[in-house]
Design a binder for this molecule. Structure first.
Ligand code: FHN
Length: 697
């Protein structure tokens, strides 16, 4: 059977099974990876080749903000946003110029540290949001040449990158808190008039600077835009700048932050929006690979991008190395940040980590460079990267958890193994391998050569023939009355056999050919077979029958809407409302932010009833910036608390038809704000919680 095979399984415990036909699934949509401008797909493939092979780069956030080093008025939690986070007036901030003299800056030393860590490119802030230019620009005197340093460090870095074979790349912020034509002003900068500001003139300024960056420093690998989220910037600007940059250096890559379609910190591009050449998840790694999408996770080593002398919360090397493997196993790049001091030095903690990463890469870099994403959905002991050739496949097995019995089991691989060996073994001595049905077993030495990540190179004959276990397509683990269960496999020529329990299906197990309606708590195990032989591992899951919460007795008349209480304050998480007095209260039609007195530092608590239209297990979701929590009948269902960009969390609860109490708490600190409450049941698709379901009494 071609394409995705969807087997709808209906198994009445008293009756047999039958298959509802196969249906192909729509291809996942990948964002528009190129603009309407100069480049097309063919150009993209050749332009992206070095970047896709590189897998690992260094991010450098270096600027005037290194002078205060995170401290202002006795507070030490700032970073590269210090000018606006600490509300430093322009003239006071400009004073840092007189103190910026990185006499210990050594471009060769920086680039060699990146190279020796196994990094293939460097992206450095040419201009961050503060508007200070770290390069010799003729467009403004707010630049490095007007500091005591009087030298263009970008020239030195470009030369050093050329010398040591790394790609040199620029970060450039669209948002600019210094340029008189940039809008909007910071809301706290009351005295800084926007009178006469001309945003088109600011875009012209940007283009003039981009021309300097792309004509004065040799080949530039990437133009890494940022600060694109304010309302003055739009997709039209993005496409124009993308095409302009490409006209100056046709091979340069441009990230998706040149546009206006980035999905916040998730970093990928909204469907249909202009996405530059690659997506940019920030401080997070996508849960799975994203076939057909180029993406790069950027991440700090501690908690700040710019240098903060008090921030010692550096990630352990172990975590960084494993994240590098995780990202590569999903087909992404890792852009790891360093925030140098105002003297021009990398913090010692960064230097130590780069050296340790370099020691690991010296042994294992072939398992990172030029690799493709893992073919496995999940591996219990680590990650996998791979290389394909016409007649061979190499799987790099990144073993985080060394098997106590010395047996590394790789399920669902039918190829004949040619050789398995440890990258840490200079002789690459062949390890013993065996086959157990669909599984390859590799016999490992007693101790792992590397406690963080030991890599086994498994060379297989021919094109990979690998099958994952089937997938339970349903999201519901519990049900109130009955549950229909789907199992799918995207492999060709396979059939799915199952057992009602946790035992592994065998060739004689029942063939899944009918939709399953489960009416009692059931454990189901599924496995793929071909020509009577297992070709995958087994997936097992329990589906639990649960009693729905009874509906509330309706003692008083119900009216449409919700009650709300409005609070003001600066919180990093949802406050303890018992200690607060609301500033206002009243009734609203649903989860809206009016009335409120200010754009930041506020909170709403909504209370009332939700009229649940059917007895079912319900998913509730809150999508919010910043934190939120949702309760049903006083039980916590969704916890989406915390200081974060727009993010969605979910929870489930079984409810009987009728009124149930609902309470939603939300807070916003600064910046953007939003709250969306959605629902889904076993029969109703996900939807924004309808206003018509909301009542108060
Ligand atoms: O606001 C910036 C931040 O300072 C930093 O440069 C990061 C790095 O990707 N980008 C923005 C936050 O998303």
């Amino acid at each position: 059977m071609k394409g995705r095979l969807l087997l709808l399984l209906v198994l009445c415990f008293t009756a047999g099974l039958h298959t509802a036909g196969a249906q192909s699934k729509s291809k996942s949509k990948t964002p528009d990876a190129v603009s309407s401008g100069i480049s097309g797909k063919a150009d993209l493939v050749s332009r992206m080749a070095w970047w896709r092979d590189a897998r690992f780069g260094m991010f450098i956030h270096w600027g005037l903000y290194a002078v205060p080093a995170g401290e202002w008025n006795g507070k030490t939690g700032y970073g590269e946003w210090i000018r606006t986070s600490a509300e430093i007036p322009l003239d006071d901030y400009d004073q840092f110029r007189t103190k910026f003299n990185p006499v210990k800056f050594d471009a060769d030393a920086w680039v060699k540290m990146a190279r020796d860590a196994g990094m293939k490119y460097i992206v450095i802030t040419s201009k961050h949001h503060d508007g200070f230019c770290m390069f010799d620009t003729k467009e403004t005197d707010f630049n490095i040449m007007t500091t005591p340093f009087k030298r263009d460090p970008m020239k030195d870095l470009a030369a050093a990158c050329k010398k040591y074979g790394l790609k040199f790349c620029f970060y450039y912020s669209i948002m600019d808190w210094h340029h008189p034509d940039y809008l909007p002003r910071r809301e706290w900068e009351k005295e800084r008039t926007a009178e006469g500001a001309d945003y088109d003139r600011y875009v012209a300024y940007m283009k003039a600077e981009l021309k300097e960056l792309l004509t004065s420093y040799g080949d530039i690998g990437v133009l890494w835009f940022d600060g694109e989220w304010e309302s003055t910037w739009n997709e039209k600007h993005g496409r124009e700048i993308y095409d302009y940059v490409k006209s100056l250096q046709p091979k340069v890559l441009v990230n998706n932050r040149v546009g206006a379609g980035r999905l916040d910190m998730e970093g990928l591009t909204k469907e249909g929006a202009f996405g530059g050449d690659f997506g940019t998840p920030e401080q997070q790694i996508p849960a799975t690979g994203l076939p057909g999408v180029d993406w790069e996770t950027c991440m700090t080593m501690n908690d700040h991008w710019g240098y903060n002398k008090a921030d010692k919360a550096f990630k352990p090397t172990r975590e960084i190395i494993r994240m590098l493997a995780d990202i590569a196993s999903k087909g992404g790049n890792y852009l790891l940040n360093v925030g140098p001091t105002s003297e021009g030095l990398f913090p010692k903690e960064s230097v130590d980590r780069l050296a340790a990463i370099g020691r690991w890469m010296k042994v294992n870099s072939e398992a990172i460079y030029e690799t493709q994403a893992s073919p496995f959905r999940q591996l219990s002991w680590g990650r996998c990267t791979r290389k394909n050739s016409a007649d061979k496949t190499i799987l790099y097995l990144h073993v985080f958890d060394w098997p106590a019995d010395g047996k590394l089991v790789l399920q669902g691989v039918l190829n004949t193994p040619e050789k398995a060996s440890l990258l840490a073994d200079p002789q690459r001595t062949a390890l013993k391998t065996d086959r157990n049905e669909d599984a390859l077993v590799i016999y490992l030495p007693k101790t792992a050569p590397d406690t963080i990540n030991s890599v086994v190179a498994l060379e297989l004959q021919g094109k990979l023939d690998q099958t994952d276990p089937p997938v339970f397509a349903t999201e519901f683990d519990m049900f109130t009355d009955s549950l229909s269960v789907n199992l799918t496999s995207d492999r060709e020529h396979v059939e799915i056999r199952y057992t009602t329990g946790s035992q592994e299906p065998v060739a004689a197990s029942a063939l899944l050919t009918h939709p399953l309606t489960i009416k009692t708590t059931t454990t189901l195990s599924g496995r793929c077979f071909r020509d009577g032989k297992p070709v995958s591992g087994t997936i097992t899951r329990e589906f639990r029958k649960t009693d729905p919460l009874k509906a509330q007795e309706q003692e008083r008349a119900m009216y449409p809407g919700l009650r709300y209480q409005y609070y003001e304050g600066a919180w990093d998480s949802l406050p303890d409302y018992h200690k607060l007095v609301p500033i206002a209260d009243g009734v609203v039609p649903d989860f809206i932010f009016t009335p409120r007195n200010q754009d930041d530092n506020f909170s709403f608590v909504y209370t009332g009833f939700v009229m649940i239209p059917e007895t079912s297990v319900w998913f509730f979701y809150t999508s919010s910036d910043d934190g939120s929590r949702l309760y049903i009948d006083d039980k916590p269902v969704v916890d989406n608390d915390g200081l974060h960009g727009s993010a969605e969390k979910q929870g489930t609860i079984a409810l009987a038809k009728g009124y149930h109490k609902i309470r939603v708490a939300y807070f916003d600190r600064t910046g953007s704000d939003n709250l969306l409450v959605s629902v889904k049941s076993q029969t109703q698709p996900k939807q924004v919680l309808p206003k018509s379901w909301l009542f108060f009494n």
